[in-house]
Design a protein around this ligand. Structure first.
Ligand code: ADP
Ligand code: MG
Length: 321
C-alpha cells in the first residue's frame, strides 16, 4: 500500500463532517471557516514510541490518547474543539494496527465532534503528532495568568489513578487485577474535560490541565499569575482504589504524577455559588487557596506542613516551606 492509498483507506473517509470545513483532506491544505466573533485556540502534542508509550502499546488506546491529550489542552483554555491534523510516522504499514488506531482516534473525535482535516504520513520510528484547534468567544479564554489572591483552588475528578496504574505496569507496585482494570482507563484513555472547561469560562479566573502532576502544573499557574497557594492534603480527591493503597503509596502519586488530565482551576469567592450549581459528572473539589506569598505550602491532615518527596519540577521544590 502506498502513502496515498493509506491516506484514502484510513484517514480520508472519516466520520465527523463539520459545516465549517470548507475543504478537508485531499488538497495541499485544508480550508476552514471559523465563526465570526470567536478566537481560534491552537495546540499540539507529540507521542513518541519508547518515550511516551511502549512499542507494543494497544493501538486503540494510542489513537484515543493522542487526540485526548490535545483536547485536554483545549479544555484547559475553555475552548470548544473543532478540527485537528495528524502527523503520523510509521516504521511499516500494518493494516490491523492502523484500523485499531483509527478506531480509538475516531471514536473520541465523534464524541466531541472534532474533524480530522489534514496531516502528513511518513516512514520512520513510530510517532504520533496531533494539532487541534478550537474556538473561544473573543477575549474569554481561560489563562494560566488569571489567578488572584483569595481565589479558591479546585480540581476536577480524582487524582493519582493514572500514576497508580503506571506503577503497576512498571512492576513497581502490584495491584489486584480487578483494581488495575478499574483504573487502567485513567492512564490509557483519559477523558478530556471539554464541557467542564467551557462551563468554567465565566466562572474561573485561571485554569490548566494536569499533564505533569498537580504540583508542577499548579506551579505554572502560580508563576504566570505572580501569586502563591496553600493546599490541604485532606481535600485532595482520590479514588477508593487509591485510598486503599495510600499506606504504601502515600500522597505523592496524586500530587506529582502526570497523566491525570484533570483540570486545576481557580475561582474568586464571588463565583463559588455559580460554580456549585454546575453539574460535572466527574465532580470537582476545592483543594486550597491562592495567597499573596509566593510558592506553595501544603498542610497535612494534622495541620503540619507536608513536603512531597519529589515534585517533578526542581525549580518548584525550592519554594515549598
Ligand atoms: P502534500 O504532499 O501536498 O503535503 P500529501 O500527499 O502529504 O500532501 O497529503 C495529501 C492529503 O492527505 C493532504 O490533504 C493531507 O492533509 C492529507 N493527509 C496526509 N496524511 C494524513 C494523515 N495522516 N491524516 C490525515 N490527513 C492526511
Ligand atoms: Mg502540496
Amino acid at each position: 500500500m502506498n502513502e496515498f492509498e493509506l491516506i484514502r483507506t484510513y484517514f480520508a473517509r472519516q466520520p465527523v463532517q463539520r459545516a465549517d470545513v470548507v475543504l478537508g483532506i485531499g488538497d495541499d491544505a485544508a480550508i476552514l471557516a471559523p465563526p465570526l466573533g470567536k478566537q481560534v485556540c491552537v495546540t499540539t502534542d507529540v507521542m513518541v514510541s519508547g518515550v511516551h508509550f511502549l512499542p507494543d502499546a494497544d493501538p486503540v488506546a494510542l489513537g484515543h490518547k493522542a487526540l485526548a491529550v490535545n483536547l485536554s489542552d483545549l479544555a484547559a483554555m475553555g475552548a470548544e474543539p473543532a478540527w485537528f491534523t495528524l502527523n503520523l510516522t510509521l516504521p511499516e504499514v500494518k493494516a490491523t494496527w492502523l484500523e485499531q488506531f483509527c478506531q480509538g482516534l475516531f471514536a473520541l473525535a465523534c464524541q466531541y465532534n472534532v474533524q480530522l482535516v489534514g496531516g502528513n504520513t511518513s516512514r520512520g520510528p513510530l510517532a504520533i503528532a496531533i494539532e487541534a484547534q478550537g474556538f473561544v468567544p473573543e477575549g474569554r479564554a481561560l489563562l494560566r495568568s488569571g489567578a488572584r489572591v483569595g481565589d479558591r483552588v479546585y480540581v476536577t475528578g480524582e487524582l493519582g489513578d493514572a500514576g497508580l496504574a503506571l506503577q503497576h505496569e512498571l512492576g513497581k507496585g502490584r495491584l489486584p487485577d480487578a483494581v488495575f482494570e478499574a483504573i487502567a482507563d485513567k492512564l490509557h484513555r483519559p477523558t478530556p474535560r471539554i464541557p467542564e472547561g467551557m462551563a468554567l469560562r465565566d466562572i474561573a479566573h485561571s485554569a490548566i490541565d494536569i499533564s505533569d502532576g498537580l504540583l508542577s502544573d499548579l506551579g505554572h499557574i502560580l508563576e504566570a499569575s505572580h501569586v502563591g497557594a496553600r493546599l490541604f492534603l485532606a481535600n485532595i480527591p482520590v479514588s477508593l482504589a487509591y485510598r486503599d493503597h495510600i499506606k504504601e503509596t502515600g500522597w505523592d502519586l496524586a500530587l506529582t504524577n502526570g497523566d491525570d488530565y484533570e483540570l486545576c482551576f481557580t475561582v474568586p469567592e464571588k463565583n463559588t455559588v455559580a460554580l456549585e450549581k454546575l453539574q460535572f459528572p466527574c465532580g470537582f473539589h476545592c483543594i486550597g487557596q491562592i495567597e499573596q506569598m509566593h510558592g506553595l505550602r501544603i498542610t497535612d491532615e494534622s495541620g503540619k506542613p507536608y513536603r512531597p518527596r519529589q515534585t517533578g519540577h526542581d525549580h518548584f521544590a525550592e519554594k515549598i516551606e
